[in-house]
Design a protein around this ligand. Structure first.
Ligand code: FES
Length: 204
């Protein structure tokens, strides 16, 4: 005589085992999918702008972004032709999109497409966020010819000409660094006078 209850139990066991195997398979697929998405995020560059949204307002005073004087107002008299410093608008250093390179050249050195109305007494200011993938730019001072100093990005070798609207002289950066207006105040410190004249952050 056939034991029906034992046969039914075997069938149930088989179904349970198949469900378990299916569950393990689905969990593995979900894990593999999550890993693939994470990997693609690393490979695909950030979207245009890379989420950089500056919060600089006209009237904000420029303060040093680094060094012993970090947080102190920049004195116009402390910079000579061919100098550059990284600055923030005062009280807004927690936003990396606000990082600016302030440069000083001879007033006559600026050529189009520099917006001369955004400069003052040889001072000009550009976004310090490289338009390639968003590294912070640095300054390559030319001691023999200070007005020929350039802005560089060491990440992938982009070079920008600050005397000509920070136009791209070489490397993978797709567009110039955007300019922002500055003015020297009666007390000798500098303040911003405008918004950026173009996009900031990675543009690839
Ligand atoms: S991030 Fe500046 S050159 Fe690539």
């Amino acid at each position: 005589m056939v034991d029906g209850s034992s046969g039914n139990g075997g069938a149930k066991e088989g179904i349970t085992r198949r469900r378990f195997t299916l569950g393990v398979l689905l969990a593995s697929l979900a894990g593999a999918f999550a890993s693939l998405v994470a990997m693609l995020k690393l490979l695909v560059p950030e979207k245009k702008g890379g989420g950089y949204v500056a919060t600089i307002q006209p009237g904000d005073v420029l303060v040093y972004a680094e060094g012993n004087s970090a947080g102190s107002a920049v004195e116009a008299s402390s910079m000579k032709v061919g100098d550059a410093v990284l600055v923030y608008p005062t009280g807004k250093s927690s936003n990396p999109a606000n990082l600016i390179q302030l440069i000083k050249l001879d007033e006559k050195a600026f050529k189009p497409p520099t917006d001369i109305s955004l400069t003052d007494k040889g001072f000009a200011a550009y976004s310090a966020i490289c338009t390639h993938l968003g590294c912070t730019v640095s300054w390559a001072a030319n001691k023999e010819s200070p007005d020929a100093s350039v802005t560089e990005c060491h990440c992938h070798g982009s070079i920008f000409n600050p005397a000509e609207g920070a136009k791209v002289m070489g490397g993978p950066a797709p567009i110039p660094l955007s300019q922002i207006g500055v003015k020297v105040g009666p007390d000798g410190t500098l303040a911003f006078t405008s918004d950026f004249n173009g996009p900031i952050g990675p543009q690839v």
